[in-house]
Ligand binder design. Structure first.
Ligand code: SF4
Length: 224
């Protein structure tokens, strides 16, 4: 079994893909801490997310620059039984719902906006600037969302949606069958990390990220 205590999220999986050694040192051994620098672009994104959340939850008007979001929310809200923002979702190892910080948490995701209908649901990840598109994030969030929904929900459509666009920039569709398969067979990216943890196999993967990597003991640090 993988070492207890490993809690996956898209960002931990992404750290492993960038460099297994950096992942180990910042997520498993925790000898180093990843620096989080709040850039002006991140601050702007947080402000826009806050405005969208208040628009969805309280009906606050959005500024003209976000008029497309007003239209998108109106459209997605039609027929929705449950609408939520910033939904913090967590599952146990057997994909049962649990609390975000509960002792049995195994996987986590945060959904910017969810719209739940009778037999389907939509999850939107709002995008406010240049961003690496990664369908894995959409798929993982939809998988973690599934056990939190009624069993009548058969399909989740997950969107990356730029707040300036009329259409989503990426769409992933995850069905209840996909969820059942993940539950029985596992998710390849998570299985690979758990295998690496079992074997203690975390090779360095030198690259651009070595410039800002916090793992000062690595011979590649600051050299790429
Ligand atoms: S310095 Fe580079 S190779 Fe070394 S742990 Fe950091 S990212 Fe990986």
């Amino acid at each position: 079994m993988a070492k207890q205590g490993f809690v996956w999220s898209y960002s931990t999986i992404d750290a492993w893909r960038r460099c297994p050694r950096m992942f180990f040192e910042t997520t498993i051994s925790k000898r180093y801490k990843r620096d989080f620098v709040k850039t002006p672009a991140i601050e702007r994104g947080e402000k826009i997310h806050g405005m969208i959340n208040r628009h969805i939850e309280l009906g606050d008007a959005l500024p003209p620059a976000l008029r497309r979001v007003t239209d998108i929310v109106r459209k997605l809200s039609t027929g929705a039984r449950v609408i939520q923002t910033e939904r913090k979702l967590a599952v146990t190892r057997d994909w049962r719902p649990t609390g975000f910080f509960d002792h049995d948490v195994w996987g986590r995701a945060v959904a910017d906006a969810t719209f739940v209908y009778e037999t389907g649901a939509v999850y939107v990840d709002w995008k406010t600037g240049s961003w690496k598109q990664d369908g894995l994030q959409l798929r993982l969030t939809a998988l973690v969302l599934f056990p939190h929904l009624s069993e009548a929900v058969e399909r989740i459509r997950a969107f990356y949606w730029y707040t300036t666009d009329d259409e989503p920039s990426e769409v992933e569709i995850v069905t209840r069958d996909d969820f059942a398969k993940a539950r029985t067979d596992g998710v390849p990216e998570i299985l690979r990390i758990e295998d690496a943890i079992r074997k203690g196999d975390f090779p360095p993967k030198p690259g651009f990220q070595c410039r800002w990597c916090p793992v000062k003991s690595c011979p590649h640090n600051g050299k790429e």
